[in-house]
Design a protein around this ligand. Sequence first.
Ligand SMILES: *[C@@H]1O[C@H](CO)[C@@H](O)[C@H](O)[C@H]1NC(C)=O
Ligand SMILES: *[C@@H]1O[C@H](CO)[C@@H](O)[C@H](O)[C@H]1NC(C)=O
Ligand SMILES: *[C@@H]1O[C@H](CO)[C@@H](O)[C@H](O)[C@H]1NC(C)=O
Ligand SMILES: *[C@@H]1O[C@H](CO)[C@@H](O)[C@H](O)[C@H]1NC(C)=O
Ligand SMILES: *[C@@H]1O[C@H](CO)[C@@H](O)[C@H](O)[C@H]1NC(C)=O
Ligand SMILES: *[C@@H]1O[C@H](CO)[C@@H](O)[C@H](O)[C@H]1NC(C)=O
Ligand SMILES: *[C@@H]1O[C@H](CO)[C@@H](O)[C@H](O)[C@H]1NC(C)=O
Ligand SMILES: *[C@@H]1O[C@H](CO)[C@@H](O)[C@H](O)[C@H]1NC(C)=O
Length: 659
Amino acid sequence: MSIFDSFYAKLQAKYVLIFILTGTAALYFVYDNLLIASDILLNARPSVKPRVNEAHNGWTSILGCPLPEVDPWEPEDIKFVGKPPDKIKECNIVKNATSMLENGNLWVNLTGNSENTSCSYRCLNYKSDNAASPGAWIPYKEPGPAKVICDWVDVECKEGKTTEYRQIHSQIYTSEASNLTRHRYNVYILGLDAISHSQFHRTMPKTAYFLENEMNGINFKHLSKVGYNSVPNQMAALFGQKFTTVRHAPQGYPLFNMSNPYFCKRKHSKDEQYIGFVYNDLGFQTAHIDDMLPLVQVYPNCQGFGFAHTNHSTVPLSAAMKDKQFKKAVLNDSCKEEFHLSVEFFEAYIKAKTPEAKFAFTMLTGPGHDKLDDPYRYDDYFYRWLRKIRNDIDDAFLLVWSDHGHHFGPFYPTNHGQTDTRNAMLTVVLPKKLRETPLHPVVQNLRQNSITLVSQYDMFPTLLDLATADFYSSDSFTKQLTLQNYQKLNNRIREVHGDSLLRPLTHRTPTCAGLGIPFIFCLCRWPLFTPKDEAELKKVVINDLPPVLNAFIKSIGAEDECEQYKVNEKKAIEVYEVATNLVNPTSRMIRSKFSITAYNGKLPFHLQVFFELTTNGTVSLAGRIHRYDTGWASGRCRVDEYEQHFCYCKSPPKKCKGR
Ligand SMILES: *[C@@H]1O[C@H](CO)[C@@H](O)[C@H](O)[C@H]1NC(C)=O
Ligand SMILES: *[C@@H]1O[C@H](CO)[C@@H](O)[C@H](O)[C@H]1NC(C)=O
Ligand SMILES: *[C@@H]1O[C@H](CO)[C@@H](O)[C@H](O)[C@H]1NC(C)=O
Ligand SMILES: *[C@@H]1O[C@H](CO)[C@@H](O)[C@H](O)[C@H]1NC(C)=O
Ligand SMILES: *[C@@H]1O[C@H](CO)[C@@H](O)[C@H](O)[C@H]1NC(C)=O
Ligand SMILES: *[C@@H]1O[C@H](CO)[C@@H](O)[C@H](O)[C@H]1NC(C)=O
Ligand SMILES: *[C@@H]1O[C@H](CO)[C@@H](O)[C@H](O)[C@H]1NC(C)=O
Ligand SMILES: *[C@@H]1O[C@H](CO)[C@@H](O)[C@H](O)[C@H]1NC(C)=O
């Protein structure tokens, strides 16, 4: 893929799994097997009946949490995760910028252009979370400058009908209307979509070094994702709610539905417990900085807010990319990718002297979403950029964060890939004053919490705490806040599913069951092994699993829409046992991968299903079906996201409607 991925390619890659398993799949399977823990001694009986005489030493309860040991430089993973490029392709700027936006003044240099060239400019105004409204073109009058009163300005110079010059500039425009009385630290999130903890350290070592060593950033080692992709994880941080449904789980794990029942079905309202509104309520200015459309709350065909939900936004930039000529001029011809322009805007926001404190949610997909080795190319850029702005964040918390790890392609189904995809990244850089006070309770708590299991549900309460806590009083951070406390701080809050990372987490059980993390997305890793009764278990998969899957389809009244499950016995069937003690001590946890028949063999190669097997042979699902290769694409005849994963629609999959 070229440096300049097309907008649509990115869009597809971000949310639609484009990975189609081919003949190489077999190879990955072999590889996957090699990684399976083989040091567990046991004597499983050659039957699915109760286990006897098994060595359970080292087995951990399913209600416990064996934290994974990760090695970002694991030699065996290199064939999947790639290496630093030998050399980064050079790019020649076709036309240097001869226009400039400084302190609200736009300068356009016509030097070198013909006498007949005339320039004009327009504001790209922010209208909603999926649309911008460009203002009228205004002729640029020599010798300038022109006063610009908007965040985004589009500049064009034409000779006759031919565009000679096009450029985009950004600033943070604020009408100086209010006087600030209350001081708060600024809160900035720099989000790097799909870059896991390991991947960040492997591919962006300079950036990680700078954050962790020069800025004393506190790096969280065990941040678990709570859902499959961007939506449930980013939305958990932004709304503090559950945007995933769990109707099957191991015994002892919670079952739950999306806690915002209207998500995607109707527009978010102004009363939502959205973090941007919370910050606005508390007197902050807000920015949502992204490098593509749709924004997470509008994906895939969701309604979003339908209005401008933050004070500043990159929506006008992303919306303008539909104009091919604009896109070529501001990206290709300028040797930039869209995220570079977003970072420039973020920098302007960080540097803006606003009367209010500032909050920014930045989420960049360009640097690392598509390919595991992409971020190598941007490490130096982010390193230099952070060095450049280091003094501008003295009065800010900077959270460098990701929503989840890579979730498609050949690395994803491997054992290491499965750990990696669940292990999101978080490094907290403190305001200078706190950086220099290592004994401050906030610093101590963050350090303590950085080595325990935390989840994306902790982001929202942490952001709330950052906006409201009294950092000058040392006993502010001795105990956790309750829902009632949060509601007193902001009356939009209706539900909170995690805890503030600024406070002790000693009151809770640091396990996936304890933190409400769905089992199939849980970072805790129990070893797998090949049981002695593997052959019998394969028969269970063939004979007993499909009726359970079909019964669920029936229970949701979808048997007319979805194909019946039948295991394809000609394709590989894989079974592993999970070395874990279940709530019912005689039950066993099995991970199976298999193919199904339907669609005349056109169906994806394999599914993964975890299930519990009781002594009498009863199968119960431990989570939803995991479709490595297709995501929702073939389940679109169902509305409910959870059901989509279970359903292969009989009619050809409905095309994504776009917007
Ligand atoms: C752009 O500016 C750089 C540095 O001043 C110069 O080396 C380069 O030749 C210029 N490119 C064009 C196309 O004018
Ligand atoms: C405009 O031209 C002048 C004179 O050549 C030069 O000094 C200045 O840097 C130029 N400004 C921009 C934005 O290119
Ligand atoms: C500018 O436009 C005028 C009128 O169309 C034309 O006569 C003249 O040749 C043009 N000058 C240049 C340098 O193109
Ligand atoms: C802000 O404060 C200044 C100086 O105290 C005062 O002159 C000005 O009117 C205030 N502006 C607003 C909008 O309150
Ligand atoms: C989730 O929603 C389904 C369908 O409305 C309902 O049957 C089920 O009881 C709900 N589960 C929980 C845990 O609330
Ligand atoms: C930011 O947006 C909020 C909500 O729309 C609004 O109340 C507030 O005045 C805005 N602040 C600024 C500085 O524009
Ligand atoms: C941008 O540049 C790349 C590489 O030079 C090229 O492959 C691509 O087609 C260009 N895109 C556009 C929109 O011009
Ligand atoms: C098998 O055991 C499960 C729970 O242990 C029980 O719910 C189920 O009814 C049993 N099935 C049969 C056929 O005995």
